[in-house]
Design a protein around this ligand. Structure first.
Ligand code: COA
Length: 259
């Protein structure tokens, strides 16, 4: 009850959390049961975009993987003494990276379905410390984001599940969703918003920076949280987890995301 009152007490610039986009208006509202399929689809599509990103773009960010593949090529050559085997290695590596990235990300998606994304209402919207919102544009659900509060009071809110329908990108939807999470953190008196991303392409990083987040570190590794990997997956799937943080104590955030 107290939480509901707090949600109504937000400052004006948060209350009017709409991003004007030409004639269209983005409305961010709490998840409803009828949104379930669309929300799962947007999340699935966003995660599947990570496959090519991790497999191909990620290669440039992991010199240790390139070293490993070179060593594999040399060993193949020494064993077979055939030059054409070396020529085949790049294709095998790229295929392996795509195949195993897809497999790991699929398993991660299965894991999320057995957890929060399989029961969104039960997981997010029944506790005052968490919520999942949808962005509605032109009457259609086009984006999602969730917040999970940790270590109350004065702890952090974790922003997660940020994804926008591909056909509605660069129209301020991600911004509106991010601001909603910041509003949640301020209203519920958390001190910061934190998030992690394994994306290599700059889009998500630019969005978070635009929202005022700072990268506070990164973890290089094999594991996507809660997913265990076998040897081949460890060889072909490698990722970098970037950690972002935004302090919201005393923050003044406008609808444009300026502080
Ligand atoms: C990342 C993502 C959520 C951004 O959503 P979006 O609705 O397109 O973002 P916005 O339109 O609100 O963009 C906000 C700002 O982010 C930056 N940005 C977003 N997309 C960009 C792009 N393709 N190129 C350059 N800058 C970009 C810009 O600074 C932009 O502000 P501007 O348009 O005023 O320049 C969306 O691309 C997405 O869903 N990607 C796939 C899933 C994903 O990566 N999720 C994040 C996992 S952590």
């Amino acid at each position: 009850m107290e939480e509901k009152t707090q949600r109504q007490d937000v400052p004006n610039y948060f209350k009017r959390l709409k991003a004007q986009n030409g004639l269209q208006t983005i409305v961010v509202r709490e998840f409803e049961k009828a949104d379930n399929l669309k929300v799962q689809q947007i999340f699935y599509d966003g995660m599947m975009e990570m496959v090519a990103d991790t497999a191909f773009r990620g290669l440039r960010h992991h010199p240790e993987s390139l070293l490993l593949y070179t060593a594999m090529a040399v060993v193949c050559f020494v064993i077979t003494m055939c030059w054409w085997v070396i020529g085949l290695v790049p294709s095998i590596v790229l295929y392996g990276r795509y195949f195993y990235s897809r497999r790991v990300i699929h398993r991660y998606l299965e894991h999320t379905m057995s957890r929060d994304m399989g029961d969104i209402e039960g997981f997010y919207n029944k506790s005052p410390d968490s919520c999942l919102w949808v962005a509605v544009l032109d009457g259609k659900v086009v984006g999602i984001v969730a917040a999970v509060g940790r270590q109350k009071p004065r702890g952090a809110v974790e922003l997660q599940r940020m994804s926008v329908d591909r056909s509605c990108r660069r129209r301020g939807v991600g911004m509106a969703l991010g601001l909603k999470v910041v509003e949640f953190a301020v209203t519920h008196r958390y001190s910061s918003v934190v998030l992690g991303t394994t994306a290599y392409k700059p889009t998500a990083h630019l969005l978070y920076q635009r929202l005022g987040f700072h990268c506070v570190g990164f973890t290089n590794g094999y594991g996507t949280p809660d997913v265990r990997l076998d040897l081949l997956e460890r060889i072909f799937y490698r990722m970098c987890h970037h950690h972002y943080k935004l302090n919201v104590s005393n923050s003044k955030i406008t609808e444009n995301g300026q502080h």
